[in-house]
Design a protein around this ligand. Structure first.
Ligand SMILES: C[S@@+](CC[C@H](N)C(=O)[O-])C[C@H]1O[C@@H](n2cnc3c(N)ncnc32)[C@H](O)[C@@H]1O
Length: 530
């Protein structure tokens, strides 16, 4: 029998006007596991991730073995999913523990969790690959008819039955979603050969639409679709008390603040930092309800009108992120901050996230370092509590960028954009030389020593700890006197903060006496002066 989920510290209950909800039956501290589901009811990769992510561990091994190349191999039957090795594919592997005990590693089980039933269908369809939601519905239908070893438990089946589908609202109000769901249900019926009625398959697809989570990596990259009918009992609140995270196929729900026995466990289905109108639209379109939480009751009075700068920013964020360009994003950020938009308000927060991701994909690592430092120092502390997993993920991103620069170019040359001080004096840009190793070290140090109660999953905690040790060892090898680190770190941070704040045209900066690099005017010609 496959390992199921532990639900001893939570219990379903009824919430007036909302339906079922999940309740704490114990007190939780910040960072505690509320729910830990080891074996997914359903987890499938997005179609575009099938080629670069293991369908068994969902990239966990690739993430953890940074120094060792993992050669993903196609399933030898259908050549559609790829796996790190036999364990990820789901063939049991014999291992030896540190005290020389033999054990059987069944951690992935993708074969038993469904691939054994879909493999021949995928093979017959090649080179076509079913879309993500169709592969998800197909997998559940095939497992519903599976023999004991791969079958769902009676408890899982009963929970599946009770899920809301909102099928009438999808049919009546969301034409695009209804057409997609119908097409996918017809394809599943055809290829699976199931004798389930089309109407039943449609109901199952609708349940998946309303109750599934985005499957993410430990650092919150969206890679697929995940559903578990027990986790799906959790309702939404924009002022949530729990966050969801994934560590390979394992799901964690962690307390973001202390929760008392008897309190409802609530998560945010959407990015709760967005303004009211955006949250309301997303919740209505995807989950068919209007949130009446305390935050929404306060925020619903916000003015509906948006300035041109804000409308432009939202329009860009709704376009395809593959077309983003760093310079264009910087222009829109400048536009917003010229309108004295607060650093912790949306859409600026989302724009800075996209700016960092775009700069990394463009290979502009030094600019990415400045922007990641801006997010780390000036944005995240305002919008996320200390334990929030995104705060750790963003800090980790800054550390990784700094380490990358140190390993490729030793020193970082950061742009300080031109700025105008409060008295109207315009200053030219500068370039500043920074030691990125010091920045990486300080960020990792605070994560390791101050981030105990944080909500990140164990896989990310482990890699942060290991990287901290590696950076420490590198400093020792270079003969660095670790007792002097605090002073050196402070000096490097002053420089990085200067570059970071100039991205948003900080008016409070005072000019420094001379640019540290370079001095010739021609070398400054490529700087954008605001
Ligand atoms: C994933 S399910 C949550 C469990 C659900 N309440 C049930 O009884 O199965 C999502 C659905 O729950 C309802 N829901 C969740 N949070 C809500 C909220 N804050 N206000 C109103 N309805 C909510 C909506 O119908 C939504 O589509």
């Amino acid at each position: 029998m496959l390992e199921r989920f532990s639900d001893s510290m939570t219990a379903p209950g009824i919430v007036p006007r909302i339906g079922r909800g999940l309740f704490a039956v114990a007190d939780f501290d910040t960072g505690d596991d509320i729910l830990h589901i080891q074996t997914p009811f359903l987890a499938v990769l997005n179609t575009e991730r099938l080629g670069d992510t293991c369908a068994g561990c969902f990239g966990k091994t690739q993430f953890e073995k940074t120094s060792q190349e993992i050669q993903l191999r196609y399933c030898s039957g259908c050549q559609v999913p790829k796996y790190c090795d036999r364990v990820c594919a789901g063939f049991p592997a014999i291992g030896v523990t540190s005290n020389m005990m033999l054990y059987i590693d069944m951690s992935s089980q993708d074969w038993h969790l469904g691939h054994r039933f879909e493999c021949s269908i995928f093979k017959a369809l090649k080179p076509r690959v079913l879309p993500t939601n169709a592969r998800a519905v197909l997998r559940i239908i095939l497992r519903l008819a599976a023999p004991a070893r791969s079958a769902y438990s009676p408890k899982e089946l009963s929970l599946l039955d009770q899920l809301e589908s909102h099928i009438d609202e999808i049919r009546d109000k969301n034409t695009a979603s209804w057409e997609r769901t119908t097409l996918s249900a017809m394809a599943v019926k055809h290829y699976s050969g199931t004798d389930m009625e089309l109407e039943e398959i449609l109901e199952l697809s609708a349940k998946l639409e309303v109750n599934s989570f985005s499957l993410t990596t430990a650092t919150y990259d969206r890679i697929g679709m995940y559903m578990h009918p027990y986790a799906a009992i959790m309702n939404h609140d924009c002022h949530y008390n729990a966050i969801v995270g994934f560590d390979g196929p394992q799901m964690y729900v962690k307390a973001i603040r202390p929760i008392k026995d008897g309190e409802q466990i609530v998560i945010s289905y959407v990015d709760a930092t967005h303004r009211y109108s955006i949250r309301k639209k997303e919740l209505l379109e995807r989950y068919y309800f209007t949130c009446r939480c305390d935050k929404c009751l306060v925020d619903e009075d916000e003015p509906l009108a948006m300035s041109d700068a804000v409308a432009d920013a939202y329009a860009l964020l709704e376009s395809n992120s593959a077309t983003y360009e760093g310079d264009k994003l910087l222009g829109i950020i400048t536009n917003l901050t010229d309108n004295t938009w607060s650093l912790s308000d949306q859409p600026l927060v989302a724009l800075v996230d996209e700016y960092i991701a775009t700069l990394i994909s463009e290979g502009e690592m030094e600019s990415a370092m400045s922007a990641a430092a801006l997010r780390y120092k000036y944005i995240d502390p305002d919008i996320y509590s200390e334990a929030h997993s995104l705060r750790v993920v963003h800090a980790w991103a800054l550390a990784k960028i700094a380490i990358h620069i140190e390993h490729t170019s030793v020193m970082a040359v950061l742009k300080v954009y031109g700025y105008t001080t409060a008295d109207g004096v315009v200053h030219q840009g500068e370039k500043i030389v920074v030691n990125p190793g010091m920045i990486a070290w300080s960020v990792l140090n605070s994560l390791v020593f101050e981030g105990h109660g944080s909500c990140v999953v164990p896989g990310l905690k482990d890699i942060i700890r290991r990287t901290h040790t590696q950076v420490h060892d590198e400093f020792l090898e270079q003969g660095t006197d670790m007792r002097e680190m605090n002073d050196r770190v402070r000096i490097e941070w002053e420089k990085v903060e200067r570059a970071a704040k100039s991205i948003v045209g900080d008016r409070t900066m005072t000019p420094i006496n001379a640019p540290l690099l370079p001095t010739a005017d021609s070398d400054l010609s490529d700087l954008d002066v605001w």
